[in-house]
Design a binder for this molecule. Structure first.
Ligand code: NIG
Ligand code: FE
Length: 389
């Protein structure tokens, strides 16, 4: 049995409002004990028990590791030229995905796995201890399957996104591509995925195509996630809620009926401010969603087109500065909210029974994540009680 402890924590953010102050469940002058990688005790530093290995946090803030519930790390190449053009006035469109599809199809399995590993390591250095990873740049049976196998090398939370965009070779007969996704592609990919996702948008998949794909994936036993209402206010959010999706992501353009549907549901709104930042879009109405009682997560959406960043601290800063969340709400959304988006009850919160995934900041409080944007504040990271950074 291995007993590890962290003490002299200036501000412990448990992300469990029932155990400490406010939304983040803050306990000051705190300590944590983990046994065999799981949290066994949380309490005042004055009551810190004997442990085998003890870490002195020197008064800094300790938080749950971030749970990034939306990333696309399996791809090749980049789209810096597209970003450059966009910053000179070109609009973002779903079609840019095809550029990355061509590069991804040309890459070897080892190159795809190496890119995913590079981004997962980059995310870990910034405090992300769990990430979800999608396919979606292969768009053939063979390339989607090997994309998921590459994703599996960095996480168990893998998502089949064969319905990312209609590939060029099906441009004139998109319904045949939908047949492929619902049939042979799903059969080949389902064994390597926990989730299925569809990009519902003008230029990607319409609501009827999305319904077919999501129903087929659900029948195969996959959980559902949806990209919806990113560029336009369509029916994607309501379809996600109707089908019982765990998460509907982006949610940039919402009507009152969308917010109402989400508020009465178990579907998490996973907001991705990096995409809005990097496409010069308006931001999702996080404040309205939160006030309506919707469960909100924030994620990086790391991908080479609309959000080439793994930084959850940046997402927290944007959620506070531009989306109206308080610092404690934003940190909750990046930890407990991310876990809810993945329907996980073993991560995202520092409470007995949960995995000892925690991060220490070079700062006395979580507020500094938004207050000191762009500063690398994550000093140390532990996963299941083991030092990772
Ligand atoms: O989540 N919206 C669809 N997919 C990605 C963008 C992918 C790309 O542009 O390569 C997103 O923003
Ligand atoms: Fe995405």
């Amino acid at each position: 049995m291995s007993v590890v402890g962290w003490t002299n924590i200036g501000e412990l953010c448990t992300a469990d409002p029932s155990v400490g102050d406010g939304q983040l469940g803050v306990i000051r002058n705190a300590a944590v004990v983990a046994v065999d990688g799981r949290i066994a005790w949380v309490g005042p530093a004055a009551e810190f028990p004997d442990v085998d290995v003890s870490h002195d946090m020197g008064g800094s803030a300790v938080l749950p590791g971030f749970v990034d519930a939306h990333t696309h790390p399996v791809f090749a190449g980049d789209r810096a030229a597209e970003f450059d053009a966009r910053m000179s006035g070109t609009n973002y469109s779903a079609g840019g995905i095809r550029t990355t599809v061509a590069a991804t199809r040309a890459a070897s399995d080892a190159e795809l796995a190496a890119n995913a590993a590079r981004l997962a390591a980059e995310a870990l250095r910034q405090g992300t201890t769990t990430l979800e990873a999608k396919s979606g740049y292969g768009l053939t049976v063979h390339d989607e399957r090997r994309s998921l196998i590459a994703a599996k090398t960095v996480t168990d939370e893998t998502t089949f996104l064969g319905a990312h965009v209609v590939p060029a070779e099906y441009a004139d007969h998109p319904d045949d591509y939908v047949d492929l996704v619902c049939g042979p592609m799903l059969d080949a990919c389902a064994p390597h995925a926990t989730w299925a996702d569809v990009f519902i948008e003008r230029g990607a998949f319409d609501i009827d195509q999305a319904r077919r794909i999501l129903e087929a994936a659900k029948a195969k036993g996959l959980g559902l996630r949806v990209h919806a209402n990113q560029l336009t206010q369509g029916e994607g959010v309501r379809l996600a809620v109707e089908l019982g999706a765990a998460s509907v992501d982006h949610c940039t353009h919402l009507g009152d009926d969308d917010i109402e549907a989400l508020a009465g549901s178990a579907t998490v709104a996973t907001l991705v401010p990096g995409a809005e930042f990097s496409t010069r879009s308006v931001y999702a109405p996080a404040r309205r969603l939160w006030d309506a009682g919707v469960t909100v997560a924030i994620a990086s959406d790391c991908n080479p087109g609309s959000s080439y960043t793994t930084s959850i601290p940046l997402m927290i800063a944007l959620a506070v500065r531009d989306m109206g969340l308080t610092p404690s709400q934003a940190v909750w959304a990046a930890t407990a909210g991310g876990a809810a988006s993945l329907r996980r009850d073993d991560i995202g919160v520092l409470a007995p029974g949960r995995r000892a995934d925690l991060i220490a900041l070079d700062a006395p409080s979580h507020v500094h994540l938004a207050y000191r944007p762009g500063v690398p504040l994550v000093r140390s990271v532990w996963r299941s009680g083991q030092s990772a950074i």
